[in-house]
Design a protein around this ligand. Structure first.
Ligand code: AMP
Length: 213
């Protein structure tokens, strides 16, 4: 089943997607991850997107939509999770058109609901490995050696856009631009809201239960 995973920055979309990929052999299409990969590789696309990402603002729709369409074209029939897309009404409508053209269907649209205070603490405390992308947290999940990744020994550091100022802006941008998208899916009775608080495994269990129904 193909999924759209909604949720504010820090809601746990990436973590839950990784578990879904591991357990159900799905492809994870995260627009945030795709942008970060482009920035690491210093691609042409990243030059257009970096300015927005560094400030915690949304990258223009045209750029994101094209990037997602390319990712969908590379699926080769594999089921997928869309994480971080769509984030605007224009993106949601473009996605519907794209899916129809490609004869693909979304089985469930799941929104991970987490209170703002928890999101701020998750984002500002998050640390990420610069090598393999493994995710840590200054209190909830520290690497064995401070600043060094358990998995690949590369440097573990804070993402530039997880600083408090940018993180708070990202949460505000999310609230403003994504609410119309949630309303859009609600109007088709397609949005399933799920409690995103608690441990990773608790949330994953809730998602699995939802997928069974
Ligand atoms: P994320 O890791 O999903 O929080 O994404 C990091 C940043 O990438 C966001 O703050 C945006 O600047 C950009 N981004 C990711 N997905 C989208 C999207 N669907 N539309 C516009 N910008 C996006």
């Amino acid at each position: 089943m193909n999924l759209i995973l909604f949720g504010a920055p820090g809601a746990g979309k990436g973590t839950q997607s990784a578990l879904l990929v591991e357990n159900f052999d799905m492809r994870h299409i995260s627009t945030g991850d795709l942008f970060r990969k482009n920035m690491k590789d210093k691609t042409e696309l990243s030059k257009k997107a970096k300015f927005y990402i560094d400030a915690g603002n949304l990258v223009p729709d045209g750029i994101v939509i094209k990037m997602v369409e390319d990712a969908l074209d590379q699926l080769g029939g594999q089921e997928f999770i869309l994480d971080g897309f769509p984030r605007t009404l224009e993106q949601a409508k473009a996605l519907d058109e794209m899916l129809e053209r490609k004869k693909l269907k979304i089985g469930k649209v799941v929104s991970l609901e987490v209170p703002q205070a928890v999101l701020v603490s998750r984002l500002t405390g998050r640390r990420v490995c610069k090598g393999c992308g493994a995710v840590y947290h200054i209190s909830a999940k520290q690497p064995k050696v401070e600043g060094v990744c358990d998995v690949c020994n590369a440097v573990v550091a804070q993402r530039k856009d997880d600083s408090e100022e940018v993180a708070v802006n990202r949460l505000n941008v999310y609230k403003k631009s994504t609410q119309p998208v949630k309303d859009y899916y609600m109007s088709f009775e397609r949005l399933e809201q799920l409690d995103g608080t608690g441990s990773t495994s608790e949330v994953f269990e809730r998602i699995q239960n939802l997928l069974k129904n």
